[in-house]
Design a protein around this ligand. Structure first.
Ligand code: ZN
Length: 339
């Protein structure tokens, strides 16, 4: 065991309040302010980008563009973004450090692994894959890698991950998805940092998360079920909230298979039912994502960092969501998640 539960606070013994690690160092949870709980700075397919760099273009220009977009976001009153970019999404912390130095915003970064199917090939012949060859259980190296990112920092940058990320999508609990989810749970057990799971709520994958993380002894109150806002099924969302999970209503602006109103009305309905204490808000936006053709990005004008403050919050207020409920979703729930 490298660390005890919640050992991530040990570095800040002088502080009496809990702290969260950010790119620029530890921040008191009381100072996080309004938090968007799922925003990326960049989502990149690293080896494609390295070999076909034309679309990415100039590193300096991309950094300047990110600084401009995040500065606009900070002007809305948001103080913190939580960025779940991990292996599989092109995490590269030195670039994020360059940006964080120039923006008045806390950026919280993650460790973990993003896949809907198999674990990355790197892991195929390591850890549990070798159980049969060795005739004994081989510990998963993923767990130590995640723990090290939390306790020592990421790749020599000194930046520590403050939460864990894994994914489950339409294919369900594949062998690779389950392996990563259990590794994330074990790293959580050793570090105490919370978890965000990318889910596919229309396939009710939250129930599979509940089953696996439950077996691993994870408290659902430390887990965001990301992309919960992709469904309008309030009964299903209430079931997951009643189980203790935080629901990520976190894709505002991605209105391809749904509409602005469908997403917003679901939050209104959940607030009406008394579930403001179980929701967090975000947009899953980024300064640049290489998964999407730039022409298609033009079809998603609301998919930007300031959409929530410019359009979603006014709509929620107009439909009966109170300032107190908005504060709960943007400030209180994120703070509690990190404590
Ligand atoms: Zn995301």
């Amino acid at each position: 065991m490298i660390g005890r539960k919640r050992d991530h606070r040990a570095a800040s013994e002088e502080s009496l309040v809990p702290q969260v690690q950010t790119v620029r160092g530890p921040v008191d949870t009381a100072e996080l302010g309004q938090v968007l709980m799922h925003e990326h700075v960049f989502v990149l397919t690293a080896d494609v980008q390295q070999n076909y760099p034309e679309e990415w273009g100039s590193e300096d220009e991309r950094v300047a563009d990110a600084v401009r977009k995040l500065t606009e976001l900070a002007a809305t009153g948001v103080r913190t973004i939580v960025d779940p970019t991990v292996v599989g999404l092109g995490r590269y912390i030195p670039r994020i450090q360059r940006i964080a130095e120039q923006v008045d915003l806390n950026i919280v970064v993650a460790t973990g692994c993003y896949t809907y199917q198999d674990a990355p090939f790197f892991f195929h012949h390591r850890g549990p894959a070798l159980d049969a060859a060795f005739g004994a259980e081989v510990p998963d190296p993923m767990v130590d890698m995640f723990v090290r990112d939390v306790t020592e920092g990421i790749a020599g940058t000194g930046v520590k991950a403050a939460f864990l990320k894994c994914a489950i999508d339409r294919p369900g609990l594949t062998r690779g998805v389950e392996r990563v989810m259990r590794a994330v749970a074990k790293a959580h057990g050793r570090t105490g940092v919370p978890i965000t799971v990318h889910t596919h709520p229309r396939s009710h994958t939250g129930r599979l998360v509940q089953e696996v993380l439950g077996q691993e002894g994870v408290d659902p109150g430390r887990v965001v079920l990301g992309h919960s806002g992709d469904t309008t099924d309030a009964d299903h969302l209430c079931e997951l909230a009643d189980a203790g999970f935080l629901l990520g209503m976190d894709r505002f602006g991605i209105n391809l298979a749904t509409t602005f109103e469908a997403r917003a009305d679901t939050v209104v309905e959940m607030c009406r039912r008394g579930y403001a204490g179980s929701m967090v808000l975000s947009q899953d936006a980024s300064c640049y994502i290489d998964w999407v053709d730039p022409g298609v990005m033009a079809l998603l004008p609301q998919w930007r960092y300031t959409h929530i403050h410019e359009e979603v919050l006014p709509y929620l207020r107009k439909h009966g969501v109170t300032e107190e409920q908005i504060e709960t979703m943007l400030v209180t729930n994120p703070r509690r998640y990190f404590e």
